[in-house]
Design a protein around this ligand. Structure first.
Ligand code: LMR
Length: 328
């Protein structure tokens, strides 16, 4: 009798153990490279809040900002290996996976962020979200940061001012071509190294949106920032197809809903930050913000626009044309 009781107790314990194992929350690591007080940083935290609220005990979202877990050069490989589940690299970082997203790097393609948004939400932009599927990655949505500005330790009013200077670029051949078109020297470097490279004068300049210039203190090591608005820095939120499909249907649906809301929230932050971080930089008096004239701006456009033709076949003429149409 005593051994029967023991066996029943053991079976009960094993059952309880098995139940606990099944109910263990899914850990989702979200790695990114920027600070928390940026549109992407805020979006990631909002996603954590919403997902954990809506799926109590079922998911555990760990957000790693500031390249703490992976830089953008490693994060997609790590995702395919299952070491991280979510990331939102800038659209310039996908060249190794698909050429089409390079459309976003073409200089002076979008007149403002509304045009970028129209393109992303239109049929071509939505189709581009699937351009990574063949590589085992899923695009869950776009998130804005903003238009990029040029910075250096000398005033850049016209392209000739940038000639011979070394600029850090993201890992995109379009961005390399963009700087070569003005006789500058582009260097592909990870985001985590930009501050030190500028501080030590290993490079002369960079291109960044206001929130990155402010949150990473680039304005403290660059005397001038020219408001060129020459390109866009936006992101795609990605996950691994295998991980996403492994989730129970209800969990996947809730997570997608939370992500859509977090993205909408992040986009609002990006609108506000483009203005407020620009003003904070001006108020700091650490760097001079240069506004260029229409004629000076036209010189940048004329110098850089031939880059479109250079990449037309790679990216696809129809994709570029759809982006141009989004300006109307
Ligand atoms: C960069 O490398 O400059 C950007 O991708 C950083 C970011 O994520 O905004």
């Amino acid at each position: 009798m005593r051994s029967l009781t023991k066996a029943v107790t053991l079976a009960a314990l094993m059952f309880a153990g098995a139940t606990t194992a099944i109910a263990a929350p899914v850990t989702i690591k979200f790695a990114h490279v920027v600070a928390e007080n940026t549109p992407k940083g805020q979006m990631a935290l909002k996603f954590k809040e919403l997902a954990e609220q809506r799926l109590p005990g079922k998911v555990n979202i760990e957000v790693y900002p500031n390249s703490q877990l992976f830089g953008d050069d490693k994060v997609l490989e790590a995702m395919l290996l299952g070491d991280v589940q979510l990331a939102a690299p800038s659209l310039s970082k996908f060249q190794k996976y698909t050429p089409e997203l390079q459309v976003f790097d073409l200089p002076f393609l979008f007149k403002d962020m509304d045009a970028v948004d129209r393109f992303q939400q239109g049929p071509v932009g939505q189709k581009l979200l699937t351009s990574l599927n063949k590589r085992g990655l899923l695009g869950l949505g776009y998130i804005h940061n903003g238009m990029k500005q040029m910075s250096a330790n000398k005033p850049l009013r016209v392209p000739a001012d940038a000639g011979g200077l070394k600029f850090r670029v993201m890992t995109s051949d379009v961005l390399v071509a963009q700087f070569e078109s003005i006789d500058a020297i582009p260097l592909k470097k990870p985001f985590s190294e930009v501050f030190t490279l500028l501080q030590t004068k290993a490079i002369d300049g960079a291109e960044n949106p206001w929130s990155n210039i402010y949150s990473k203190k680039f304005f403290e090591v660059q005397d001038y920032i020219t408001e060129t608005n020459h390109g866009v820095l936006d992101y795609m939120v990605v996950t691994s197809a295998r991980f996403w499909k492994s989730l129970p249907d209800n969990v996947r649906t809730e997570l997608k809903g939370a992500m859509d809301e977090a993205i909408a929230f992040g986009n609002k932050v990006s609108d506000e930050k483009a203005m407020s971080d620009r003003q904070r930089i001006i108020d700091s008096r650490r760097s001079t913000v240069i506004e260029i004239t229409e004629a000076e701006r036209q010189q940048w456009v004329d110098a850089m626009k031939p880059v479109w033709k250079q990449f037309e076949r790679k990216i696809g003429k129809d994709i570029i044309e759809a982006a141009v149409q989004a300006n109307k």
